[in-house]
Write a new protein. Structure first.
Length: 318
């Protein structure tokens, strides 16, 4: 049996607090680490003794993905406890690379028709937090099917479920049917399929929404008792959450088709019409959401596209 404790830590992000999970079975393991802020660190150090865990006992920090609300404190915890930091290879790349995440997406962002001032606002804000100072040798890689083993034959299975982030993993305990979902499945939010360059196909984007919806199909068939999400409370009605997410994307497809009636629009124009109040970094989130839907609609031949002056415009198929 796994002894799981949820610890909720503050983040400076709009998403609100993040959950990390302390698994007290030996070797003591954290699932996610929280944001690298003094407030989150203080809260973690306050909570651990209450759970009867000394920070030195933590042997592994398993990251669902590299986003700073989940991974930020991994370096600090590892430095203090000597814990191994574990993630999927595609997330390790993000956590250890000095490449600018906006610069590598720039060709795709420019294609959306974004005006210079909105682009500059994204570039100025970027991530509010410094990236964790993790170096390659400290990180251990997992992939789909990897087993995270504990004493007495207890284990967690790794599932690679990309879409929100390319190397996003969830963890499943076959014994108790617990599912640690990171940002893959959340009780009240549809995860954003963030725009990502496809490293295997230079110049192309990752088919983030297709990947994500395929992952939902896989999880739908699983036998899960409780979902332990990265944000919000635990829940059991994962079929309901999956239906809500699918419904959300169906609505978006209809909205986009409606906006394209009688006029060709680019991704930026569509995102402004859909989310007129977004500013700064959030403009990038809005673009990602719309672009992911457009990419899937193109694949399904619901719409067509053409390029004019470096900007891609979309039109209805007929
Ligand atoms: Zn995330
Ligand atoms: Zn998150």
């Amino acid at each position: 049996m796994l002894s799981v404790y949820q610890v909720t830590l503050p983040t400076p992000y709009k998403v609100g607090p993040v959950n990390i999970y302390v698994i007290k079975n030996r070797p003591v393991t954290l699932i996610d680490a929280g944001a690298d802020t003094p407030e989150a660190y203080k809260m973690l150090r306050h909570m651990l003794p209450q759970l009867g865990v000394n920070i030195n006992e933590i042997k592994r920090v398993l990251l669902t993905h590299s986003h700073p609300d989940h991974s930020g404190l991994a370096a600090k915890i590892s430095a203090e406890s000597g814990a191994a930091v574990i993630a999927h290879q595609l997330e390790i790349k993000k956590l250890t690379s000095t490449e600018d995440s906006i610069e590598e997406r720039l060709p795709h962002v420019l294609e959306t028709g974004i005006p210079t001032d909105a682009l500059q606002a994204i570039q100025v804000v970027r991530d509010k937090l410094p990236r964790p100072a993790l170096v390659d040798k400290k990180m251990h890689e997992v992939q789909d099917g990897s087993l995270i083993e504990f004493e007495n034959g207890v284990s967690l299975q790794v599932l690679h479920l990309p879409g929100h982030s390319p190397g996003h993993v969830c963890l499943y305990s076959p014994e108790q049917k617990f599912f640690f979902s990171g940002d893959f499945m959340l009780p009240h939010i549809t995860p954003n399929p963030l725009m990502e360059p496809d490293l295997d196909h230079p110049g192309r984007r990752m088919p983030t929404l297709s990947q994500y919806l395929q992952g939902l199909e896989r999880v739908e068939k699983m036998d899960i008792s409780v979902v332990f999400p990265g944000h919000g409370g635990t829940f059991s009605d994962y079929h309901g959450v999956i239906d809500t997410v699918r419904g959300h994307h169906d609505v978006q497809v209809k909205l986009i088709l409606g906006m394209l009636k009688g006029q060709d629009l680019n991704t930026y124009q569509l995102s402004r019409k859909t989310y007129p109040n977004l500013g700064g970094w959030d403009v990038f989130l809005g673009l990602s959401e719309i672009q992911a839907n457009l990419d899937l609609m193109l694949k399904k031949q619901l719409i067509g596209s053409y390029k004019r002056n470096g900007v891609v415009y979309y039109q209805t198929a007929d």
